[in-house]
Design a protein around this ligand. Sequence first.
Ligand code: OSB
Ligand code: MG
Length: 369
Amino acid sequence: MKVTAARLHRVRLPLVHAFRTSSHRKTLLDHVLVEVEDASGAVGWGEIASPSDPYYAAETVETCWQIAENYLLPAVIGRSWERPEQVSRLWSKVRGNQFAKAGVDVAAWVLWAGVQGVPLAQALGGTRSEVTAGVSLGIEPTIDDLLTEVRRQVTAGYSRVKLKIAPGWDVEPVRAVRADFPDLDLHVDANGIYTESVEHLAALRALDEYELTMIEQPFAPRNLLAHARLQKHLVTPICLDESIETLDDLETALSLEALRVLNIKVSRMGGLTAARAAHDRARRAGIPVWCGGMHEFGIGRAANVAISSLPGFTLPSDVSASDKYYTRDVITPPVVAEHGVVQVPTATGLGHAVDTDLIAAHTVATLAL
Ligand code: OSB
Ligand code: MG
């Protein structure tokens, strides 16, 4: 197998509902779609789902584009490989830049699965035919707005809701949602905004009363020790997201007992090969995992659904239906959820057609290599 040509498409789509976390607020997203092609004309698509600003991770849309253009794609084009696991080895000298790597890695997996004539989930070793989706809700202007949003999603069929929290928007919104939805699978995500100050620790420990499934990434990404210290005082499992960019990070976090749940993001781990390895390692350690999202368009979302079909993904994943995010998605059919459950596609490759007309209509920059 050999990639002989590649294209980047910077595509802009408006979000159906503005999204605010402790670290960023978004209404429009620019993702970079990666298209790789072999000599027979077969094509594989991937998605670089980096936020525009370096507030979640260090990357931006511009850095992803520049790394893909100048390092990743030149390392791949013209080189032979047998299995998609070998593709990320071609850029092993490139440090970090996980979102950029993930887009190219997914494109190679999708190309390979398509050429082999197998669904992406099957190529990855997936065992599940459907995946339970959860929704992630941003910080809303008021608690009433949040309750309206939770009710909307529960009515739409989702059985798990995650709430973004930040100092001043934590115990009160959780108390209000828990009071109205006593049986909901509920968890919170702080995106690393808390410190070990007396006030912050008091708020985090107060959350232990609300039967949350987990508290995700309370402290700064590199502060694994703070997570390990807090976990000792909490019944609620701590889940790590931003802290785990590599398998070495996971190894360190496991040995420090800094997590009891792992959020695996294909983007944050640098692609499907690394995401699957993180799944395998967590499974051996008895740590349940779920797939986190970055508001992916349909291409990245389909990759998230595929990885979520692996056996260790026992918790609901952030793979809600396309219509929670976008009026029209870049794939047909879009990702759909029924009663909060997404079917894993059985068609080969990505399992969805890519809508190149829609992509062209929303493209703000392109590059052919
Ligand atoms: O921490 O999971 C996060 C979006 C942007 C930045 C960080 C995060 C998120 C999400 C999106 O929660 C979840 C989704 O794609 O449904
Ligand atoms: Mg998170």
